[in-house]
Design a binder for this molecule. Sequence first.
Ligand code: HEC
Length: 223
Amino acid sequence: MANENVSVWTSIPFWRRSAAWVTGFATILLIWLTFDTIGQISMGTDADLKNGVTKRVPAPTVINYKIGYEMSKKRGHEVPTIGEKQPFFGKEWSPKEAANLLHLGKLTSQAKNCMDCHTLLGNGAYYAPDLTKAWLDPAWQDGGPMQGMTGKNTVEEAMAEFLQHPSKYPTHARMMPNLGITADEAKGLVAFLKHMSSIDTNGFPRNFSKTVDQFKAGGTNAH
Ligand code: HEC
């Protein structure tokens, strides 16, 4: 009788039950999201590349292909595209060779602490240009200043030369110090950067194309 006027909102068992249901539901949702994310970020295979299957993180052999960056109207930002075959340092790399080269590049990026100054996939510092899409920076492409400056005629050779002797080619107000990078390590780093540029990062870094357009318009620098 006395209970008739008690509102459900003040009922302790009601809140206990609700908390249990919400916690249970959120747990199931998080488990599902975890598996969904693992599926999205797991690396593709060489066969995916050959069959034109798009993966957010392509196989290491993506270094054998031309990478583009195109606006997707549907998604509202740029998405990396994988084009035709293109020799990388003058050859086609087997899956094993490509994986080893990428591994060397990754280890070198950690040993030389690129993240102290640069940002890679959202981690690191903004003292120096974001490297997530550095491979696609027009400054390095045909007709950009970096190939002429380094005396090389491919993106990979120009970048590898720059990485070994950065203080010889100052392109920005701030100079990258000489880090004692060997020729092999430089190759690995360039493979690492090329592979990174092919990862679908939902359009991050956000300002990449804008800074590139300013570069095209002003001709000063891309950052
Ligand atoms: C002490 C700070 C510092 C460290 C460490 C550093 N860099 Fe740099 N880097 C710079 C600065 C500053 C620039 C811009 C100056 C320039 O281009 O001459 C630059 C420029 C670059 C560019 C050209 C970017 C573009 O889009 O044009 C690349 C590529 C690059 N760095 C790669 C690396 C890699 C790979 C590592 C690690 C092995 C590394 N850097 C470590 C400071 C650093």
